[in-house]
Design a binder for this molecule. Structure first.
Ligand SMILES: [Zn+2]
Length: 335
């Protein structure tokens, strides 16, 4: 076991202590439910935790607390070619999870395991499942083979069929504390303290976001671009806003994150307007945000926050993104 504080639990998971303990107990007592539903916001750590449970189930060592990380099964899983593990996700962000993909899961689970004593299917973005896909999965959930484990990831259980939720054990994950993210970035990812403070603040406790920002510079660049775009819209006339909406709609893979950045920006504007500027996320952009705060009234800021939250919820329900963007950009005040 590593002496690293983040891995004292034995699993490479930052935070989510309660969920980790519960799942480790289930693993060591051989009582992992056949259907697990991990819920929580984007990049909060659902995938990493679910995949670790999958690794523990598939691990072939007799380690006290699997996964061992070194056996043939663990190595195959890490290199992405374990025959008893299947991962599926929606086509692209904004795309749907289709019935054919669920049929693949059914086929995969209908055959007995190749190497391990069980089979694990991990399905991400389940809130994007079409109604046909969700119903198809329901059948598998009703009578899973003894060796089968299904792990579903979704942002919010309320977006799923109640019958899916009731047949699964739900593991709800919440954003971590800012401090916890900051410490993990320093201890585990060797990030300089000043940078760790900034990324932890911007992450809003979504550890996956912070780690991606560290390992992929383009990801931070994307945030800066989103903020620049938000400011640009404020100065645009209506025809130009339609053009912007069309442009953004063509590249909707980044849309969920863009909306999150915009929402954070408008929350910062509200914080400035209500004398809470110390709690701002985008401190580095305080100058511009202060100008907006001075020109827009609080009611309008609140309306923007509501419009963005509504757009986020709509985006999780396979809506027409073009229309969604047009409506949203027209809601922006003109400065
Ligand atoms: Zn192993």
């Amino acid at each position: 076991m590593s002496s690293n504080p983040e891995t004292l639990s034995g699993w490479p998971i930052v935070g989510h202590e309660w969920a980790v303990r519960q799942l480790q107990l289930a693993v060591t007592h051989d009582e992992v439910p056949h259907a697990l539903l991990f819920t929580g916001p984007e990049s909060v750590g659902k995938f990493t935790l679910a995949r670790t449970v999958a690794a523990a189930l598939l691990c072939k060592s007799d380690a006290e607390l699997p996964p061992c990380g070194g056996c043939l099964s663990c190595r195959k899983l890490n290199s992405g070619n374990h025959p008893d593990f299947l991962f599926i996700e929606a086509d692209a962000k904004g795309g749907a999870l289709k019935i054919d993909q669920i049929r693949d899961v059914e086929r995969f689970l209908s055959l007995t395991p190749n190497e391990s004593r069980c089979k694990v299917a991990l399905i991400a973005d389940f809130e994007r499942a079409t109604i046909g896909a969700a119903n198809a999965l329901l059948k598998t959930l009703e009578e899973p083979p003894g060796y089968a484990h299904l792990m579903l990831l979704a942002q919010d259980a309320e977006l799923l069929l109640p019958t899916i939720v009731s047949r699964s054990r739900q593991i709800g994950l919440r954003p971590l504390g800012r401090q916890q993210v900051e410490e993990a970035l320093i201890a585990r990812w060797a990030v300089a303290p000043e940078q760790a403070e900034r990324l932890a603040r911007i992450s809003g406790g979504r550890i996956g976001w912070a780690v991606r920002a560290v390992t992929d510079p383009a990801y931070q660049e994307q945030m800066e671009q989103a903020l620049t775009a938000m400011l640009a819209v404020l100065a645009q006339d209506l025809p130009t806003r339609f053009e912007t909406a069309q442009e953004m709609g063509r590249d909707d893979a980044h849309l969920p994150e863009t909306l999150e950045y915009w929402l954070t920006g408008w929350r910062d504007v509200l914080l400035i307007q209500t004398d809470n500027a110390v709690k701002m996320t985008y401190r580095e952009h305080a100058n511009v945000l202060e100008k907006i705060a001075a020109q827009v009234d609080v009611a309008r800021t609140l309306a923007m926050i509501q419009a963005l939250e509504k757009a986020q919820q709509a985006l999780q329900r396979n809506v027409n993104t073009q229309l969604l963007l047009e409506n949203l950009l027209l809601d922006f005040p003109g400065l």
